[in-house]
Design a protein around this ligand. Structure first.
Ligand SMILES: *Cc1c(COP(=O)(O)O)cnc(C)c1O
Length: 448
């Protein structure tokens, strides 16, 4: 019998505000230290001052609902202006349209849904729509395929971690509606060959979505600063849509991304409308119904406050920190950076089997350093998201060297547990067993 769950219920009598706020501080005590510079991912923090400003902007619009643009023209303006600012940043002309979404995943879901609808008219032979994505593309594309009944076809990546173009060409069928390229990919921070993918897509009359959720913002700023970045944006003919998160290298709080389309027709394929509802004519551009005004307002305010000059200064600083980290990691015997990253995102792995990477990640985490775990090969992930990390590099490398020495002294029996958990997909071959284990883990996280 399942153990009786501890009852957590709405209090019969409301508690005083200060009691509740104190409890929140207690809960937060075990959170990752998101503004100190020791977390390499998840929270993008320009400065404490910028953060306070975003809070203020958020508060001004937090009660507003973007569901009804007629009731709150301010939120509609924020959204339209964000789309315009982002389209310009990403090389789009006046015909590029789009929406603000809650995040990269929603932007990607929307794009896949838009192409599915668009293809019903434009590609009548594509009866069972398929999209070809690089193996390194974000999991959100698989989520979209799962939700919207589009078949995923994987294209492998080459030795440079960029998608293999011959494999993409070979995978195209009459059912193909969409190609995908990342700028940059999450695991290794590289840009897929966008002009080549765009040429293939144009020739077939199908779409090319560039997933710039993680990288496009920083690539655009580096490009404006005169850095040599590979082509990735709307200036490449054949790129038909892009996703770009403002809540990543746009340095605003969570809940803000854009999905942009080269044509109005494609954009409108994203919408959902229901005209006969007794609740009135229903029309919504994105996944969600009610949408908080707060995240949209703070994203708008954040873009204006940083400006191109602010982003340039900050991104160059983050790039410099990333470069110093890559040099230090490559100079650590047994460790190496994977490939040639383009922005301040990279992964490192071992070139000495005595260093079990997941154990190393856990030891670093015990010392407060938060690095995501990657697989195939086992690796740790670094996204430089806070200029404060720059002052901590000596401490980082001291801890890294000490942790490496500890892992080296551990026996394979001691380290294999970590490898078994994080690298489960490499060892558990039965897909159902694997899926059940991961779903069980996820559910456990939320059981009170
Ligand atoms: C983060 C990320 C996404 C998804 O964005 P969320 O905001 O986490 O939903 C998509 N693509 C890439 C490359 C990403 O790094």
């Amino acid at each position: 019998m399942a153990p009786k769950r501890k009852e957590i219920v709405i209090p019969d009598i409301g508690l005083p505000h200060d009691t509740i706020l104190k409890q929140m501080d207690e809960y937060a005590a075990s959170d990752a230290d998101w503004n100190g510079g020791k977390v390499f991912g998840l929270v993008y923090h320009a400065s404490d001052e910028h953060h306070e400003f975003l809070k203020e902007a958020h508060a001004k619009a937090m009660e507003l609902n973007a569901l009804n643009p007629m009731a709150f023209p301010s939120v509609r303006k924020y959204e339209a202006e964000i789309v315009s600012m982002m389209a310009d940043l990403l090389g789009g002309d006046r015909k590029v349209y789009g929406n603000v979404t809650t995040g990269g995943t929603e932007s990607i879901l929307m794009a896949v849904k838009a192409y599915r609808e668009w293809a019903k008219q434009k590609l009548p032979n594509a009866r069972n729509p398929e999209m070809i994505i690089p193996e390194s593309a974000h999991a959100a594309f698989r989520k979209a395929a799962h939700y919207f009944n589009v078949t995923i076809v994987h294209a492998p990546v080459g030795p440079d971690n960029r998608v293999d173009l011959d494999a993409v060409k070979a995978a195209i069928t009459d059912n193909t509606i969409l190609l995908v390229g990342s700028a940059v990919d999450f695991p290794r921070g590289v840009v897929d060959p966008i002009p080549e993918l765009a040429a293939i897509a144009s020739e077939r009359g199908i779409g090319l979505h560039v997933d710039g959720c993680l990288g496009a913002f920083m690539l655009a700023i580096l490009k404006r600063a005169g850095h040599d970045v590979p082509p990735f944006d709307f200036t490449v003919p054949g790129v038909t849509s892009m996703s770009c998160d403002i809540h990543k290298y746009g340095m605003v709080s969570k809940g803000a991304s854009v999905v942009l389309y080269r044509t109005e027709k494609l954009w409108k394929s994203q919408f959902y409308t229901f005209e006969q509802w007794s609740g009135g004519i229903y029309a919504s551009p994105t996944m969600t119904g009610s949408r908080g005004g707060g995240p949209i307002a703070q994203a708008w305010a954040g873009l204006k406050a940083m400006g191109i000059d602010g982003y340039t200064r900050l991104h160059l600083q983050l790039m410099d920190i990333a470069r110093r980290m890559q040099e230090g990691i490559n100079a650590t015997p047994g460790l190496m950076v994977i490939g040639k990253p383009t922005i301040a995102v990279f992964a490192f792995t071992n070139d000495d089997p005595a260093i079990e990477m997941y154990t190393l990640g856990d030891l670093m985490e015990q010392r407060g350093w938060f690095l995501d775990r990657l697989q195939a090969p086992p690796a740790l992930h670094v996204m430089v998201v806070n200029p404060a990390s720059g002052d901590l590099l000596d401490a980082f490398f001291k801890d890294l060297r000490e942790c490496v020495a500890i892992v080296r002294r551990m026996s394979p029996e001691e380290t294999e547990g970590k490898a078994a958990i994080y690298g489960m997909a490499a060892t558990v071959k039965d897909e159902k067993v694997l899926k059940d284990a991961v779903a069980g883990f996820l559910a456990d996280q939320y059981k009170a």
